[in-house]
Design a binder for this molecule. Structure first.
Ligand code: 13P
Length: 268
């Protein structure tokens, strides 16, 4: 079976003390056998990275950061660079989340610079792309996110792509007022993203789904062959919630007996 990714981004939530408690709790709830079939990750705020790294220890949980500047150092007040993240042995860096695009002026061009900087420093970029409600209403969801992927990944080599991840996070599906994408709708966009990635020479880049993933819809989403992982917010902000989601997904995928070979076959 191919690797299925399950991770959670905490956004602007959790102190150092809360992070320690969360990770300790999660470790007691992790399934004993993950093997290479599953990759788990948590993405705390910058201030909790050191505590998270220490608390994770040897547990099979990757650590991510929520953003990163593209420059090595310099006059960028309030920003965090790749060498700074290196000190916490961060595995992946989330880039281009729609909240960053909307509230902090991130553009496709700066995201491209950040993707390249993350790769230069040996991190896995987790590129987030998403369509707005307007784009969705106009039937332009796939077009919008494919454009974001092309611009964010412009200039990358084949070797670079082997370390990239994409998360499809419809803006209309994220957060308290979000409505989760149906597995069918998500599938349509994932198939388009896989096709675009193939065209870019990156057919193996995993595409995760994010946006109101919860205990009710996780199984159906994880059973879609074009969905390579789930990127979860609120439903995984308690260790119990995250562990329950992991267990649900594992059970669903076991039942469905999905394999990467089938995914590749399904998308041609
Ligand atoms: P929710 O799961 O809370 O909708 O958040 C999704 C998200 O933005 C993950 O990055």
């Amino acid at each position: 079976m191919s690797t299925f990714w399950i991770g959670t981004g905490w956004k602007m939530n959790k102190t150092v003390a809360e992070t320690r408690r969360y990770v300790a709790d999660l470790k007691t709830r992790l399934p004993s056998e993950l093997g290479s079939d599953y990759a788990l990750f948590v993405i705390p705020p910058f201030t909790a990275l050191a505590a998270a790294r220490e608390a994770i220890g040897a547990a099979p949980v990757l650590l991510g950061a929520q953003n990163m500047h593209w420059a090595e150092a310099g006059a960028y007040t309030g920003e965090i660079s790749a060498p700074m993240l290196k000190e916490f042995e961060v595995d992946l860096v989330e880039l281009g989340h729609s909240e960053r695009r909307e509230y902090f002026g991130e553009t496709d061009a700066t995201i491209n610079l950040k993707v390249k900087a993350a790769l230069r420093h040996g991190f896995r970029p987790l590129l987030c792309v998403g369509d707005s409600a307007e784009e969705r209403a106009a039937g332009a969801s796939a077009e919008a996110v494919v454009r974001q992927v092309r611009l964010a990944f412009a200039g990358l080599t084949k070797a670079d792509f082997s370390r990239c991840l994409v998360a499809y996070e419809p803006i209309w599906a994220i957060g308290e007022s979000g409505v989760p994408a149906s597995p069918d709708e998500a599938k349509g966009v994932h198939v388009a993203l896989h096709a675009a990635l193939k065209e870019l020479g990156a057919p193996k880049v995993p595409v995760l789904y994010g946006g109101s993933v919860n205990l009710e819809n996780a199984e159906a989403l994880a059973s879609e062959v074009a969905i390579d992982g789930l990127f979860v917010g609120r439903a995984a902000w308690s260790a119990e919630g995250f562990a329950s989601l992991i267990a649900k997904v594992m059970a669903a995928r076991k039942r469905a007996g999905l394999a990467r070979a089938e995914v590749m076959h399904a998308i041609g």
